[in-house]
Design a protein around this ligand. Structure first.
Ligand SMILES: [Mn+2]
Length: 367
């Protein structure tokens, strides 16, 4: 027994069985049909009929599985072995119809519903971002409206694409309208690049989202982002949605709508880790498009992000309390000088307070 449960079946010992043998599952974990039950089910949704630019995320689930072979059981930052202390299993892929969005939304809802009904939390690997809408529907049926933390270069609260209300640019607007979101406790992290229109940001705020822009990450720092995120989410049930394009194309070239100026994988992983102890009820990782990937860069990032999300869910299952935020004095032992070595004013929150405490920038704050 571990954690009051039957001893879980973990991945085979990589010091005795090479990682690259046999057909693969995520992190070489057992398939769901090989174990009695799972605390966390990893499930693929190979659907990309909602994309507006580069297609190919339908091949994301198996690419991420293939890139997950090196993941090891013990997480030293959390002092937790998610893959061996808890039963994690690969549930395969949910059926999709590449020619029918409506049918696929129903199929994904049912697939997620069935897995959630077993008591498992979901780590879903897409697929394009349109799959978040039916996943949120199934999660909200079980937990009620959820707080969403959405990592993405793009808002994905747009309204209509090509006359269609469901695409990879609309899942969070549709979910908000349907009542699946705990409004005023949702936030986007990493939004950047040009927008269609200033009004998109006002509409987004009206749907209940706060934004931590990608352009703010350097000034806020990891701790600052984590602090805002945790203040926004509190102790509510949380759904985490990670679009791999929140990473800079240098760290995730294999995706459908890449945007320059994104997070590094180290920054994203640290922010995700900041959720340890929160009640993360399920999560997804979407938009890995292997045709544009090189040397598995994006696949490995997707696998590692999924591992971090699994670890955060396992930390909650293990009853690990969220780490209290560090004292500001401890985080910044010596304030940085007000000017750079080149004599320019340093671009910091202390030097130039250009990060508002909440809401969109400037006059975009909702009335
Ligand atoms: Mn997205």
């Amino acid at each position: 027994m571990i954690n009051g449960r039957p001893t879980p079946v973990g991945p085979p010992d990589a010091t005795h069985s090479p990682r690259y043998v046999n057909a693969t599952t995520f992190a070489r974990l057992p398939r769901l049909d090989q174990v009695p039950r799972a605390d966390i089910a990893v499930v693929g949704v190979p659907f990309d009929s909602g994309v507006t630019y580069r297609p190919g995320a339908r091949f994301g689930p198996n690419h991420v599985r293939q890139s997950s072979m090196l993941l090891r059981p013990y997480h030293h930052m959390l002092d937790l072995a998610p893959l061996t202390e808890f039963q994690i299993a690969d549930a395969g892929d949910i059926p999709v119809n590449p020619f029918d969005m409506a049918e696929t939304i129903e199929s994904i809802t049912q697939g997620a519903r069935d897995l959630l009904a077993t008591g498992a939390r979901l780590m879903t690997i897409g697929g394009d971002h349109s799959i978040a809408f039916p996943l949120l529907r199934a999660v909200a049926e079980k937990h009620g409206p959820v707080a969403v933390v959405h990592f993405d270069a793009h808002l994905d609260t747009w309204d209509i694409d090509f006359g269609q209300c469901h695409s990879h640019g609309t899942p969070f607007r549709r979910a908000a309208e349907a009542g699946y979101l705990d409004r005023d406790h949702c936030l986007h992290i990493g939004i950047r690049g040009p927008q269609f229109d200033k009004a998109d940001l006002t509409a987004d705020a009206d749907l209940g989202f706060e934004i931590v822009y990608g352009e703010w990450i350097d000034d806020l720092g990891i701790d600052g982002v984590v602090e805002r995120m945790r203040a926004r989410l509190g102790d509510r049930p949380v759904y985490v949605s990670v679009d791999i394009d929140v990473l800079d194309p240098a760290f995730a070239p294999g995706t459908g709508t890449p945007e320059c100026g994104g997070l590094s994988s180290r920054e994203l992983l640290a922010i995700l880790r900041g959720m340890a102890g929160l009640n993360v009820v399920s999560a997804d990782l979407v938009e890995v498009a292997p045709a544009y990937d090189h040397a598995e860069i994006t696949g490995m990032a997707g696998a590692r992000v999924s591992y971090e999300l699994i670890s955060v869910m396992a930390a909650h299952l293990a009853g690990i309390a969220p780490t209290p935020p560090a004292e500001p004095a401890m985080r910044v032992a010596t304030p940085p000088p007000a000017v750079t070595a080149q004599g320019r004013p340093r671009n910091t929150a202390q030097g130039r307070p250009r990060i508002p405490t909440q809401g969109p920038p400037g006059d975009l704050a909702p009335a």
